[in-house]
Design a protein around this ligand. Sequence first.
Ligand code: 5GP
Ligand code: MG
Ligand code: MG
Length: 183
Amino acid sequence: MELDDVRDDLTDVLISKEQIAGKIGELARRIERDYDDQRPLLVGVLKGAVMVMADLARELRIHIDMDWMAVSSYGAGTKSSGVVRILKDLDTDLTGRHVLIVEDIIDSGLTLSWLLQNLERRGAASVRICALLRKPDAAKVDVHVEYLGFDIPNEFVVGYGLDYAERYRNLKGVAVLAPHVYE
Ligand code: 5GP
Ligand code: MG
Ligand code: MG
């Protein structure tokens, strides 16, 4: 779905599909260089990261594995609860693996800092983070993101995997959701 298809539900358009594609290409080149023949395990965080994962994985010209986790931290609303629960765990043994967590967005950072620790404790050789978006002004904990797409303002955004009440995930770009949609 194009941003224009739901333009009335959006205020600012932040990132176009072209900008996303360009950035994912850049990140892929760095990741290829850094991991080379280490065959990293890309761990996507459901459901928001599906688009980033699908595009990033296809851009990478090295062998990778892919696995998925589902964690809950938000529910249907627009505020982080800070409570993280595993809804679906990995199928892969992490012992000795180079793990790259693939995320849609870092807001408070609470989910990712929890996930980082959780995966490190499983014996991975390394755990790094790739996130398409980050809201620097919303940070409650400091999380180091090795591969970052864009810093964005502290507003609730949708598109490219990010939902509001399960809608808008299939938008090709990223935009700020108009308050009239959720108020
Ligand atoms: P955090 O724990 O960093 O606060 O964010 C956890 C999760 O909340 C993110 O991975 C993402 O799925 C969701 N989230 C955070 N900010 C936004 C946002 O602006 N829009 C949407 N749709 N989801 C968000
Ligand atoms: Mg996410
Ligand atoms: Mg959500």
